[in-house]
Design a protein around this ligand. Sequence first.
Ligand code: DGT
Ligand code: CA
Ligand code: CA
Ligand code: ZN
Length: 590
Amino acid sequence: MTNAEIARILREIAFFLEMEEIPFKPRAYEKAAYAIEALDAPLDEIYRRGRIKAVEEVPGVGRSIAEKLVTLIETGKLPYYEGLRLKSPVDIEQLTAIEGLGPKKVKVLYDQLGIRTVDDLERAALEGKIHQLPHFGEKSEQKILKGISFFKKSGSRYPIGVILPVIRDIERLLEKVPGVKRLAVAGSIRRWKETIGDGDLLAVSNDPDRVMDFFISMPEVIYIHAKGPTKSSIKIKSGIDVDLRVVPEESFGAALCYFTGSKAHNIHLRKIAIGKGLKLSEYGVFRGERPIAGRTEEEVYAALGLPFIPPELREETGEIESALAERLPNLIDYDELRGDLQTQTNWTDGAYSIEEMAAEAKRLGREYIAITDHTKSLAMAKGSDEKRLRKQMAAIDELNKKLRGITLLKGAEVNIDKDGRLDIDDETLARLDVVGIAVHSHFGLSREQMTRRVIRAMENPHADILFHPTGRIIQKREPYEIDIDAVIQAARRTGTALEVDAFPDRLDLKDEHIRKAVEAGVKLVIDSDAHHIHHLSYLQFGIATARRGWAKRSDVLNTLPLNAFLASLKDGKERGRKKHFGVMQVRKGR
Ligand code: DGT
Ligand code: CA
Ligand code: CA
Ligand code: ZN
């Protein structure tokens, strides 16, 4: 049994326990699930080497969970889990893919209507049975139907956050196969698209049969579509297909370029080649029969008279024209973020304490992080009121005296109410280092109302950053209706930074919007939105998205050292305020 499978079972147990409204225990199972997922070695190997004691030493795994894990490893089954499933035989994985369905609602749906699957759910919603249930209404019935159509539409693509770790694991395994000289991930994963159709891997090997044999017999393979000496294709447990191609060394760069795509980018490259009297294919660049480039991508681009184009830009949205004009932006790099400005702790809906989050952020090399727990009108997340926020600020001041190598900033993720007011008073906001503002309710407003609401909140002189500006959840929830161009203009006018939320199911702002913001000269921040220590490394998805949006280091405030960062954040707001008052004075004078 793989670590991922064990983690899934622990998560389902947590879910079942939450359905029964059992306190504390669900968190313990979730914590253990995360910890096991993050292990470097398979848990069953750890157990074989160190017996139950070694299992208990995994952080977050206590005695009682360790015993259950041992049963699971020894027998492949867990009666405790089977018992819970028998009691509520619902398809958790399916049902929770529908936005807004958590343990409590799933329980009501099962108890009252016997709903186990998304098909059951759809039937009941279409028959109008759901709005009559306790905790549901007309609106949530509509929302469920919307969620279902989303679920069906997105069935065949996978969020990059799910696929990337799986592909990286396969990559590491293949690299070790004897005979393999080079290995690379290509396709949409290399371009960091937000959803992925299938995985594409490329290898150079002295012994192609051996690497292909290994590839199709990996434990995660559930189906073999094709096997050959140059191309094999499999389906793995998560449901995604993965292709592996073995190419000659002298064609590696050309093949990497070809299989990275995008298709539209490739077609444009081929046109350029033809214009120069050359031929471009996955084997190389040719003049007549003679190969003139192919070993590296740089060489291929150079043969076409182009500089290297970063994969994140290869979407045929003007990157080739910019490259020809020597105007490609110098993109922000993956190691250039110094801080993280959105993290939640166990003061609200996060799983870890401030200290634990700080320790992990420091380990990852961050120089500062803002603690931005939710505020009071988000009752679901036990949001803080002014009094509790001030208590947390005092706790952070104390911690900062002890901490070395990282600074904690006092922040909050302040709720924007329906009319654009913030739910924390100005005196308290003024004491925070970082005020993030966010929409968490009334998603159904008209475009005009929503735009006005958000802009009004940005006009608050204390509001530093607009968090996840469009509210989308990839494959779960559409963005709310909002005039993003107006928001970008308001960000510029008020000096409010816009967030690139790096949580892989948000990626909000998304690439196109980032590009517009950058063109308008608006400042960005890239945040993990971590609710768990393992989420802190999600920043990479945000950086990738920012690169897809053509962002440079200078566009992103949290590339700055702490003092410069804080100064820019507040200076921006100050300039915005002066401009604002300037306008008002002119008006008064007339
Ligand atoms: P995906 O898998 O849908 O997320 O997107 P990609 O870009 O990974 O697409 P995929 O896996 O179908 O093909 C990988 C790359 O191979 C693609 O980005 C470009 C290249 N490619 C595939 N088919 C064609 C084609 O018909 N013409 C050209 N020029 N390139 C192609
Ligand atoms: Ca692909
Ligand atoms: Ca493919
Ligand atoms: Zn939260």
